[in-house]
Write a protein that binds this ligand. Structure first.
Ligand SMILES: Cc1ncc(COP(=O)(O)O)c(C=O)c1O
Length: 397
C-alpha cells in the first residue's frame, strides 16, 4: 500500500485493507465464528463491557471479522468508520431511528426503495416522527420541506427502480446550512461509482446484500460515516438487534475483494443493455443515467464515476408485454434483489404489491409495464443476444 497522501485506488483498498485487521498471519482472515469472548480478569471483563464498539466482548457488540469488513467499507467510502448490520433495512432503520425522537421531522424523497418508503410513511409516524416526501429531481423542493422540527435529510440516488438522481452537493449544502444530518442510500451506485461523503453528506447506508456482497449469498447492511455519528448509531444498533453473523461478515469481505472489478463489468453491461434497449421498437422508454437522453445525465456525470448495472425499461404493451419479456429470457433470472454476479430481472408492479398500494405505485412511477434489470457480469454479447431473442418472442439458443 502506498504511504503518500494520495489514497489507494478502490480495488487496492478492497484487496489490502482487511489485512491490517486480521490479527493472524493467514492471508485470508479467519471467520471469528463465536458469540462471545473470554476475559482473563474481572477488570478486563468490566473494561470490555463498557467499551464503545469493542471488537472482542460479545458479537452483537462487535466481532474481529466485522472489524475487517468495517475498515474496508470505511476506506472505500473515504469515511472514518463503519458498522455492519444484518440487512440493508437493519442499517437504514438503525441509522434513522438512532438520530430522531418523537416530534422530529425528516425530509425524504417521493421515490425510495419500497422498504424505506414504508419506514418513513407508515412506521415512523406511529412513533410521532413525520416525514415529508419531495420530488428528488427538484433540489429546491428539499429546502421548501424543511420545518423547525426537521432533523434529517434522507436521500437515495440513483433510486430504485426509476434511476432518478438526487443532487448530492445541493442536499449536503442544505443540510449543513440548517444544521441537519444528511444520509444517503448508496446501494445502487456503490463507492466505486459515487462517494457521497466526499460530496459533503454525513452518512452513507447500504444494502450490502447487493453490489457489496455481490454474489447473491449474503444479506447484510452497512452504515458509514464519522466516528461520532457511528458511535451514536451503534448504541441504538446493538439494541435493535440487527446483528450480522460472523460467517456472513466473512462472505461480505470476500465479496468486497472484487468490488472494483465487478462494478466495472456491471457498468459496461448496464450501459450496453441501455443503449440496445433504447433503440428497440418494443421498448417505450429506458431509465439509465448513463444515457445522454436521461433528463439528469449531466447531474449524474457531475457526481458519479460510472452509471451502474441497474436500469429500468417501460415496455410497449403494458403488463403482458413486461411479463412476456421476463418469461422469454434465458440468461436473466426472475428474482428479487440486484447487484450480484448474475443478471436478475423483476416486474416491480408485482414485487411491491404488498408494500405499495396501487396509488403509491402510480405516484412513484411504478407502472404495470415497468421492468427492472440488474445487469450481471456475463459476457456482453451473450446478454445482448438474449434480450434481442426474448424481445422477438423466442429463447436464444
Ligand atoms: C436501494 C435499497 N436500499 C435498501 C434495501 C434494503 O436492503 P435489504 O434487502 O438488504 O434489507 C434495498 C433492497 O432491495 C435497496 O434496493
Amino acid at each position: 500500500m502506498s504511504t503518500d497522501k494520495q489514497p489507494d485506488g478502490a480495488q487496492t483498498v478492497s484487496v489490502h485493507t482487511s489485512r491490517a485487521h486480521n490479527a493472524t498471519s493467514a492471508v485470508s482472515p479467519p471467520i471469528w465464528q463465536t458469540t462471545t469472548f473470554s476475559a482473563e480478569t474481572a477488570e478486563d471483563f468490566a473494561e470490555r463491557a463498557i467499551a464503545m464498539r469493542p471488537a472482542e466482548f460479545y458479537t452483537r457488540y462487535g466481532n474481529p471479522t466485522h472489524r475487517a469488513v468495517e475498515a474496508t467499507l470505511a476506506a472505500l467510502e473515504r469515511a472514518e468508520t463503519a458498522i455492519i448490520t444484518g440487512s440493508g433495512m437493519g442499517a437504514i432503520f438503525a441509522a434513522v431511528a438512532a438520530l430522531v425522537e418523537r416530534g422530529d421531522h425528516i425530509v425524504v424523497q417521493r421515490n425510495h426503495y419500497a422498504g424505506s418508503t414504508t419506514l418513513f410513511q407508515e412506521v415512523l409516524p406511529r412513533w410521532g416522527i413525520q416525514a415529508t416526501a419531495v420530488d428528488q429531481t427538484d433540489a429546491d423542493a428539499f429546502a421548501a420541506a424543511i420545518t423547525p422540527q426537521t432533523k434529517l435529510v434522507y436521500v437515495e440516488t440513483p433510486t430504485n427502480p426509476l434511476m432518478q438522481i438526487t443532487d448530492l452537493r445541493a442536499a449536503a449544502e442544505l443540510a449543513r446550512a440548517h444544521n441537519l444530518i444528511s444520509i444517503c442510500d448508496n446501494t445502487f451506485a456503490t463507492p466505486i461509482n459515487q462517494r457521497p461523503i466526499e460530496l459533503g453528506l454525513d452518512l452513507v447506508v447500504h444494502s450490502a446484500t447487493k453490489y457489496l456482497g455481490g454474489h447473491h449469498d449474503v444479506t447484510a447492511g452497512a452504515i458509514i460515516g464519522s466516528q461520532a455519528l457511528i458511535d451514536r448509531i451503534w448504541k441504538f444498533a446493538i439494541v435493535s438487534g440487527a446483528t450480522l453473523s460472523p460467517f456472513d461478515g466473512w462472505l461480505l469481505l470476500r465479496g468486497l475483494r472484487t468490488l472494483g472489478l465487478r462494478v466495472e463489468r456491471h457498468n459496461l453491461n448496464g450501459a450496453a443493455l441501455a443503449r440496445f434497449l433504447s433503440g428497440h421498437p418494443k421498448v417505450e422508454r429506458v431509465y439509465y443515467p448513463g444515457l445522454p437522453e436521461h433528463p439528469q445525465h449531466e447531474l449524474a456525470r457531475s457526481q458519479m464515476q460510472g452509471f451502474t448495472g441497474m436500469l429500468s425499461i417501460e415496455m410497449r404493451g403494458g403488463y403482458s408485454a413486461a411479463e412476456a419479456l421476463i418469461r422469454n429470457l434465458r440468461l436473466a433470472t426472475r428474482a428479487a434483489s440486484l447487484g450480484g454476479f448474475e443478471t436478475l430481472i423483476v416486474h416491480p408492479a408485482a414485487m411491491w404489491g404488498l408494500q405499495l398500494s396501487p396509488e403509491q405505485r402510480l405516484r412513484t412511477g411504478v407502472s404495470d409495464s415497468l421492468v427492472r434489470i440488474s445487469a450481471g457480469i456475463e459476457d456482453e454479447a451473450d446478454l445482448l443476444a438474449d434480450f434481442a431473442a426474448a424481445l422477438e418472442g423466442q429463447k436464444e439458443r
